[in-house]
Design a protein around this ligand. Structure first.
Ligand code: GLU
Length: 430
């Protein structure tokens, strides 16, 4: 059946979310104009000599949405469907994310249109170095600080750092975060996004008077974010009964279900570097294998989308079980505005993405501080500071939500946009 609807565009979604709250805040036209669009955008070609001797050109992006509160900050995604608009949306969300947790950074994002599944390590290294060569003048510890995101990791970050240091002729460990531990990386960075999700979830459960050990959850995705989300939630006593993950061979996702709770270590042992669970092995281990989108219709208390944008949308929001009480958005932009309205109406407690998954960038900020001072902290110190920041941010959003009778997403936006707008005003930009 052919669908006539307009294709989903995440940047339009980010702008619609902004407009809604700009009205609530009664923002002046100048500030609106400034914050609705990125301040700077770079789109460039990355020529690479492939292993077979041919040359290929990859498309690279970096968008700096706003840097009124500090250097732009945000990850770099490697994805075959990346576009300038996805990067614009993600850069915008980074601005709000850094503001809501109150770290002195702005928002940026980068991307390369490529699929690492089909690239050798050497080819990936060439893409990383080529990306840096194209943008070297416009990034750096005091301008714009990248980090890992979908399908990029610590090794990619180190190649990028090495390239910038070679160009500049100096060591600049504060240029990029998510570096390998021992090479300027921070302990706890790998865990930070997923753990941060669970710190906010823990607080939401307290608010709703739900003991974690009496709750169940269903998770979308099994990459870096979801893995640590599941690990810590289960440590709190919660039970994950369903996890969905992409299957590269079949070019589709599957949901893996075990009603008495998935075994995290066991799932990890049958998962590849991209967070893809081996379907045959899962089946052999007694998991029920369901269609990928079945994660959304499970009878659980908590839904945790931890993959990509637009995964809860007008088409599937109606399949969310009556039992669901909380949605913790580990991914960026997982819920479309139409679906969000339904969720709001149903009274499900929403922990919005840019609050919920801010643990990654918060730890990146800690990494920057450690790199810039060349003094590295113990893991306990990193994680306890992270918990403190996330918990404080959650409660300031909750307080605004309660006192102004707002949906949690709108409350988070009110705080974030207000902080960024104030910074722009104080600098005399608007
Ligand atoms: N890519 C992560 C995010 O979307 C982390 C960004 C960072 O650490 O700068 O929040």
């Amino acid at each position: 059946m052919e669908k006539k609807e307009k294709a989903f565009n995440s940047f339009e979604m980010a702008q619609a979310q902004f407009d809604r709250v700009a009205d609530l805040l009664d923002l002046d036209t100048g500030t609106r104009e400034l914050l609705r669009y990125p301040m700077r955008e770079y789109s460039f070609a990355i020529p690479v000599r492939m292993d077979d001797g041919t040359s290929r050109v990859f498309r690279g992006f970096r968008v700096q949405h706003n840097d009124a509160r500090g250097p732009s900050k945000g990850g770099i995604r490697f994805h075959p469907h990346e576009t300038l608009d996805t990067v614009r949306a993600l850069a915008t969300w980074m601005t709000w994310k850094c503001a809501v947790v109150d770290i002195p950074l702005g928002g940026g994002k980068g991307g390369v249109v490529c699929d690492p599944h089909h690239l050798s390590l050497r080819e990936q290294e060439q893409i990383c170095r080529g990306w840096v060569r194209q943008i070297a003048r416009n990034v750096g510890p005091n301008q714009d600080v990248p980090a890992p995101d979908v399908m990029t990791n610590a090794q990619h970050m180190l190649w990028m750092l090495d390239e910038l240091e070679a160009i500049r002729g100096e060591k600049l460990p504060g240029f990029i975060t998510g570096k390998p531990v021992g090479m300027g990386g921070s302990l706890g960075r790998k865990e930070a996004t997923g753990y941060g999700v669970v710190y906010t979830l823990r607080e939401a459960l307290k608010e709703l008077d739900l003991p974690p050990e009496k709750t169940t959850a269903s998770v979308q995705g099994f990459g870096n974010v979801s893995q640590y989300m599941i690990e810590l939630y289960q440590k709190l006593g919660g039970k994950v009964i369903c996890v969905s993950s992409w299957n590269q061979k079949d070019q589709k996702a599957y949901a893996y279900r075990k009603l008495d709770g998935v075994d995290f270590a066991e799932l990890m042992s049958i998962t590849n570097q991209f967070g893809e669970i081996d379907r045959e092995k899962a089946q052999a281990l007694g998991y029920e294998v369901l269609p990928g989108d079945a994660w959304i219709e499970q009878e659980v208390d908590i839904l945790m989308p931890g993959a990509l944008e637009n995964q809860i949308n007008a088409d599937n929001v109606g399949r969310i079980s009556q039992q669901v009480k909380i949605i913790a958005e580990g991914a960026n932009g997982p819920t479309s505005p139409e679906a969000d309205e339904v969720i709001h109406r149903r009274g499900i407690f929403m922990i919005p993405d840019f609050l919920c998954n801010a643990g990654g960038v918060t730890c990146s900020y800690f990494e920057q501080v450690q790199s810039n001072t060349n003094y590295y902290w113990e893991k306990e110190e990193v994680l306890s500071k992270l918990d403190h920041k996330m918990t404080a941010a959650f409660h300031s959003v909750l307080e605004v939500a309660k006192s102004r009778n707002l949906y949690m997403r709108d409350a988070a936006y009110v705080i974030a946009i207000d902080r960024v707008a104030q910074a722009c005003r104080q600098r005399g930009w608007v």
